[in-house]
Structures are given as C-alpha cells and as structure tokens.
Design a protein. Sequence first.
Length: 316
Amino acid sequence: MTEIVPLGRRIDSMIRESLAIEYEDAKSAGMLGYMSRSLVQATLPHTDPKASYFERTNGIVTLSIVGKPSIGVPYGSVPRSLLAWICSEAVVTQSRELELGRSQSEFLGKLGMPNDGQYISSLKKQAHRLFSSMISLDGSRDSEIGLENVVIAKRAFLFWNPKKPDERSLWESTLTLTADFFEDVTSAPVPVDLRVLHHLRQSPLAMDIYTWACYRQFLLKAKGQGMVKIPWGALQAQFGSSYGRNATDANTDEKVLIAKAAQATRNFKHKFLKRLAEVGIFYPELVEGVSDTPQFLVMKSVKLHIPPQFKTVVSV
C-alpha cells in the first residue's frame, strides 16, 4: 500500500478542507471543472526548465512545448490552474471567447487564488508563457505514428497591471481559443473538482496526479478492466523526468549509471507516493485501490471521483 506520510500543518489543512468538500458535490458547489485529456496524459514542467523547449513522454505520448526564447515555457501550478479554468470555461460557456476580467485581482478570484504577492507576480508572466507556446503531442504505438500540434490562444489581450492588481482597466482582458484547442477540450473533457486542484496547488505533481487519476479511472471503467499495472519507469518519464536527469553524466561506468538511474527512480517513487497520499485525502477511494511493488504501481478500478456529465466526456 502507499506510504504513510506524517501529518503536518499542510496535511491538517487538507483534511479540514476535504471534510468540507464531502458535504457538497462539485456540481452543486459550482466547482465542477474540466481538463483537456491531451494535457492530462502529458504534463507541463513542474519547475522552470530555463529553456525555450521542453519535452516529456509517458512512453506512448510525447509532449513537447516550444516557447519564445525571450519569454520561456510555462511551468508550475499557476499555468495548471489557468488551464483548468480555461478548459472549464470553454465547456460551460461553449464559447471560444473567454473574459478574464478588468483587473488582475478579479481574475485571481476566478482562479481561486489569493490576491497576494506570490500569485500577483507570476500570473501575468505565466499566462504570457502559456498563451505564447505551441504544444505538440506525438503518439506512437507499434508502427503507427500520430502527431497533433496544440496552440491554445488565437489571440489574447491582457490589460492587467501587476503593480496595481486592484486597478480596473478600461477594457476587459480576453482570451480567444484556437478552433482546434476548443474542439479538443469540448469534445471529450476530463471532469475534475476544481476545489481539489485549488487545495493541491502547492504541489504541481499532486495536481497532475489528481487529474491523471480521474482520467485513468474512467479508462478502466470504459475498457471494463478491473486493474492496471503501470511500470514505475513509465510514471517517472511522464511525471518526473527531471528525477532521471542526473542519472546520465560524464561518468561512463555502466554499473554507476545503472545505480544512479535506479536511485533516481526510487527518489521519484517516494515523491509520487507522498503526493498520491495528499490526493487521497480528497479522493480516498483512489488510494484504497492502489498498491505498489518494486516494479509497478497497481491501480484497481474504483468509484469515479466525478461522474461523466455528458455522453461525449472523455474518449478512450
């Protein structure tokens, strides 16, 4: 079973919030959200790659992000929260034209973020990175190859002043989604509870695990599978490729390289299980159906955290 993580202030807060969430489902609370299935399968970087190109693979789907050299690529929890809001708004409004508000404080409220220095300073920068990037998804299975390029924004106008976040602009900041991204999001979205994403925001990895778990549980139901065994190496490539970066260096001793790679996987596994336990505070059925072996994470089919809301939600 998953490792037991000692309770701390952060965990105590999560437990209190999870108890509050139990009393009201996401839809009734107005916090039913959606994510693009493409971006659930391959995720954004957790930390700044300090480059204008980033790549991550889960073994089947490879995600690459190309940003402008002068701007960079999006990373961390803020663009994840942005994407959750964008996808949710697109599904709910069925419109490519999204209104972001007349002030940065107003949009922070829409994202469920506190109006403090941490988020004020990063929101506009991360939005600029996200809206300026091109995301490519390259899938391969046996001899078959598929490629899809995703550009989120057709156009965006951000009139926020980070130095005066409460100052209202004369114009509404807006985002117009590209037709392709809008179709991808609205044709088969992954339903999630936005409250859970809000409370997991301190860890981009925990946010990724939650949305991924919602998607994988749906796939288990759709395929009629009782369980799935996922190699730790595949999970490391999908969620924590940075843990393996130091496994290959100038040292050419094969035994040393193998030992470093094994240690990197163990480090990732420890981190993953710790964040999975945090997700389990809000989705206890998930961790009750999860066990681990040295080679695999074993996930059983359990109750869906958010039932599908539309017939077209999430394609296999």
